[in-house]
Design a protein around this ligand. Sequence first.
Ligand SMILES: Cc1cc2ncn([C@H]3O[C@H](COP(=O)(O)O)[C@@H](O)[C@H]3O)c2cc1C
Ligand SMILES: O=C(O)c1cccnc1
Length: 353
Amino acid sequence: MKYEWQQLNIPELNEGMGSKAEIYADSLTKPVGSLGRLEALAIELARMTGELFPDITPPGVIVFAADHGIASEGISAYPQEVTSQMVRNFLNGGAAINVFSKSIKAVLRIVDIGVAADLEEEEGLVKKKIRYGTANFYHQDAMSREEVLQAIDTGFVEAKELIHKGVNCLILGEMGIGNTTASSAIIAAVTGQSLTELVGTGTGINNEKVQYKQELIKKSIEKRMPKTEDPIDVLMKLGGLEIAGMAGAMLAAAAHRIPILVDGFISTTAALIATMINSRASDYMIMAHRSAELGHQTLLKLLDKEPLLDLGMRLGEGSGAAVAFPILQSAVLMLKNMATFETAQITKRMKEE
Ligand SMILES: Cc1cc2ncn([C@H]3O[C@H](COP(=O)(O)O)[C@@H](O)[C@H]3O)c2cc1C
Ligand SMILES: O=C(O)c1cccnc1
């Protein structure tokens, strides 16, 4: 054991605080249960943080960028260079995640964990490149075992730093052309679920290409033979560096009782990996939205998690989670700032016969 996250002690949920939040929510000036899922969220957040009125601001958004060798098989609607071009866009403030991060006053970090191009020093760019993209997993392992460990650790350290700076809720995002292919492959390898339920259109490929993508993943899994129960082996065989980084960051958040707002298909794949590394990590995850990417539905069912939103989004970058953050904040403020029946002198619910 070389890395902190390999022997992580993730605290149990604080059930006592959850019960307190439940009782307190019923004392607020509204019919019992009338704020629906917001009430459940307030209880979940109390369990996670161990506080009745947790402060989940400021949120932190870490976008990990990395390339995928499998992109050379033509499984994306966009070419590989879009990854590095989008990193520049993130740094210039022009991407969707910039806009949404700003509106929730998030601390935003962009991490080059494996882009297949040299990026110039620039303010806001965290340069932690482990390699210039993964290898094409149809022909060879995506990376070495040590590179997987380094990538997870990079995410872990990055998230820990943000948490020490005061970030109280964590959103992970990614940029990496070809990463829906890596994600579908990972989920198929781990769950054995049929590829027809896991492979979608990603950035917008046609049906013929989707079939080719399925076939390519099937053959690659047969060739690489990832060890189903070993998340490190799965990442080593299939990639990618940004998925490993996101998983590491999730582990850091869980260890610090920081709620994780999970974005779409790629983020949830990282959530699956983090949960395989440490099953308690899942206790600290709230699924922000249902991505329109086909496999996300299947994955959410497997993880037994219900997302907050369903807006037909299929972007990644952490965008859906950033859009969902105000819902979490509403849940916190409901509990913290509403009057109780007692303080507002309102007559309580009648007893039924
Ligand atoms: C301009 C642009 C911005 C993006 N932002 C996120 N993605 C998303 O699309 C990619 C995955 O889809 P596929 O597997 O089909 O390549 C990832 O980079 C993901 O973050 C983008 C894709 C593009 C083209
Ligand atoms: O849901 C996602 O994360 C997603 C979907 C399609 C393309 N990129 C990301």
